[in-house]
Design a protein around this ligand. Structure first.
Ligand SMILES: [Zn+2]
Ligand SMILES: [Zn+2]
Length: 719
């Protein structure tokens, strides 16, 4: 027989290997094969009677890895869908989908198992000749109760070989651990509005359907999906919960463990230790974990009894993979739910415009929560500070300073939010106009105060701050603009008696554990931070949020910037006054009349979304068209552009309903010495775009691409 194997190599095909003993039952097993001079682990996808490869060149598979059960049909359908939709070879998708340890050639052993004597073993023990001393000892030990392999090995020489024989003979069997029925702790009573939402979701539990659970911060979306998960577990099914990268802290896992006592809960993130991730993955794959909780990569967890998928903060851009297989975990979750015939619930206070549009037009079920569930909490009052009227000093306008001072006097906490880490975004020479750029990227270097360094936030390059201007020798170089470090210093100067704590990815890296930092944050008087602070963390005494630099989000060339900006501002505003203390949000802006701010003040996401959707419809942007880009990367910008022009030249002639734009450099053209250019495709018809891409992709693989790396990005979010 011939195994057709998906291998993680950049070629859009399956690879044939000979395997004498293979049967159709081997589809879905991992397999160890020789590839060139290397050995690789791939996945058996098909079985064939013959191969196009001449018999003498056809190599044999080294070993079918049967210690982990084969991947099921639904899982294979998911990776095939992903490969087709995102235009990536199946082997690459499988490579991205399996945890690293399961695609490594190092043998994978599952967590140690216990063995127990089977009835046949008990009979054998009674009749076993005395000279089979070691076998007798082993069976005798097991006749007193289960034992682990290591325990048996300590007692009997050659135990491993004996165990293998006993299993083959059916004398002993691995103990299947008790899989307790998970409990559920009902921590809160639902409001009428929550009850109704849960009721609607429960009705859809046995079939495919997409629901958008849309509700303001604090409206209790989490509580609704926790109760829905409890229902799914009670029906003997598994649940998959996807959360954004930044939100997945041990706190969330702990909350799940507390609410679902006795449940098998597995977390899957890129930060999980390799072996732990593989063991968790296999546990879910064997149907022995009830809940899989993870970031975007968890969308590929194997769940044979899948009953529900939840995507929390569905608008979050971390669900989109930015390299390799560029999938959107949210969109794949929907495809997966359809394959499995189960519901998927998208949750958000500020849904992506794609999801909001589909829900408003009836493609998804829209479930809105309009009230906060914690009844003593009210929506924070959002006020705009016009910085033309109240000029800023050290980044802060007078009304914001006064508001912070009031909070200090009352023993309450303030949060100053700005989405820019470092000390200052640019270092420049006022005498000659020189600006410090990164030598490897088309970006400025950021001044960091702690070690007086300049750092590139795109490639990580670090340098010392120069003493004098390299162009004119002026010793008076200036840092322009403001990052979190600079604001932190200003606040310390302004409020010397206050405890000021900065929370951004630099601070998290320095302290390594976000938990410790959050614990300290709860004690601080003033917090300064980036979006790390915007999500999920609940500070009891926090009653004031001040937002600096918000305007940078509303005048961007990226048409998605305002959508993201609204989501982020609403999210950070939601940090204020979650408990019994009323919250206030002050946003510093030069454009208080801008519709985004006006909608924000009214807490009117639908109003904002509908106005932006109308603009997008007018301008022909998603979700009213579907997009893809062909991107080329090279050390030489001309080469990248030439490749794109040749690619367009070679594109299928049949282009009805497809717009293919001229190639152009990306908005950040150079990163780490790599020049990046792309050509955009748009179509009002997703199937037509898909058909065009499939045909084009075949041509692209045949195009000479010296010194150029290329890829297609379907539903791109970077331009
Ligand atoms: Zn100068
Ligand atoms: Zn750089």
């Amino acid at each position: 027989m011939i195994l057709r194997v998906a291998l993680d190599v950049p070629l859009p095909k399956l690879f044939d290997y000979r395997a004498e003993d293979a049967t159709r039952a081997d589809i879905g097993y991992r397999v160890l094969v020789p590839f060139g001079t290397k050995r690789l682990v791939g996945l058996v996808v098909e079985l064939a009677a013959g191969s196009d490869i001449p018999a003498k060149r056809l190599r044999s598979a080294e070993k079918i890895l049967r210690e982990v059960p084969p991947l099921g049909r639904a899982w294979l359908d998911l990776v095939k869908f992903c490969s087709g939709y995102y235009q990536r070879p199946l082997g690459e998708v499988v490579g991205a989908a399996l945890p690293p340890r399961l695609r490594s050639v190092r043998p994978f052993a599952e967590a140690p198992r216990d063995f127990a004597l089977a009835p046949a073993g008990r009979e054998v023990l009674a009749t076993l000749p005395a000279r089979q001393r070691r076998m007798r000892a082993l069976l005798a030990r097991l006749s007193q109760g289960p034992a682990s392999e290591s325990e048996l090995a300590a007692q009997t020489r050659g135990a491993r070989r004996l165990i293998k024989r006993c299993i083959e003979e059916g004398w002993i069997a691995p103990v299947v651990p008790e899989c307790p029925v998970p409990g559920f702790v009902r921590a809160y009573d639902l409001t009428t509005e929550q009850e109704e939402a849960l009721h609607k979701l429960r009705r859809g539990l046995e079939r495919f359907g997409v629901s958008l659970l849309f509700g303001v911060t604090g409206s209790g979306k989490t509580e609704i999906y926790l109760q829905l998960i409890a229902e799914v577990l009670a029906r003997g099914k598994q649940a998959l919960i996807l959360v954004p990268e930044i939100a997945l802290t041990p706190t969330l896992e702990a909350a799940f463990r507390y609410r679902f006592p006795g449940a098998g809960i597995v977390t899957q993130t890129s930060a999980s230790p390799e072996l732990e991730r593989a063991h968790g993955w296999v546990l879910a794959h064997r149907g022995r974990a009830h809940i899989v909780l993870g970031t975007r990569l968890a969308v590929f967890a194997s769940l044979p009894d899948l009953g529900l998928i939840v995507v929390d903060e569905e608008q979050d851009i971390s669900f989109k993979q930015r390299e390799g297989v560029r999938y959107s975990a949210r969109d794949l979750a929907i495809a997966r739910a359809q394959i499995a015939g189960v519901p998927v619930v998208l949750c958000s206070a500020t849904p992506s415009l794609e999801s909001f549009h589909r829900a408003s037009s009836g493609k998804y079920e829209l479930i809105s929560l309009t009230r906060r569930a914690i009844h003593e909490a009210v929506m924070p009052a959002i006020r705009l500070i016009d910085t033309r009227v109240h000029p800023v000093h050290e980044g802060l306008a007078t009304p914001l300073r006064e508001a912070i001072a009031t909070r200090l006097a009352r023993g309450e906490q303030s949060l100053v939010f700005l989405n820019r880490r470092g000390y200052a975004p640019t270092l420049a020479c006022p005498a000659c106009g020189w600006v410090k750029g990164c030598t490897r990227c088309s970006a400025h270097m950021v001044v960091h105060s702690a070690d007086r360094s300049l750092r590139c936030h795109h490639c990580g390059l670090a340098e010392r701050v120069p003493r004098v201007c390299p162009e004119c020798g002026n010793p008076d170089l200036q840092a322009f603009g403001r990052g979190t470090q600079r604001v932190e210093l200003s606040l310390r100067d302004l409020f010397p008696q206050a405890q000021v704590l900065r929370l951004d990815s630099d601070a998290v890296r320095a302290r390594s554990r976000i938990d410790d930092l959050l614990e300290r944050a709860a004690q601080a008087d003033i917090l300064v931070g980036t979006q790390i602070l915007a999500k999920g963390h609940h500070f009891e005494r926090l009653t004031l949020v001040g937002v600096l630099n918000a305007d940078s989000g509303i005048f961007s060339s990226d048409y998605r910037a305002s959508e993201r900006s609204f989501a982020q501002l609403q999210q950070v505003a939601g940090r204020a006054g979650r408990a019994s203390l009323p919250g206030e949000v002050l946003i510093q802006t030069r454009y208080p009349g801008h519709p985004l701010y006006q909608a924000l003040v009214r807490h009117d996401y639908p109003g904002f979304a509908n106005s932006v959707l109308a603009e997008r419809r007018e301008a022909g942007f998603p979700p009213f068209v579907f997009e893809a880009v062909l991107r080329a990367e090279s050390s030489d910008a001309m080469r990248a552009m030439r490749f794109l022009r040749e690619a367009i030249e070679a594109a299928p002639r049949q282009r009805s309903e497809i717009s293919l734009f001229d190639p152009a450099p990306m908005s950040l053209a150079r990163v780490a010495g790599v020049e990046r250019a792309q050509t955009l495709l748009q179509s009002r018809s997703r199937p037509r775009l898909q058909a065009f891409l499939s045909e084009w992709s075949e041509t692209l693989y045949r195009l000479p691409a010296q010194g150029v790396r290329w890829h297609l990005d379907v539903d791109p979010i970077e331009f």
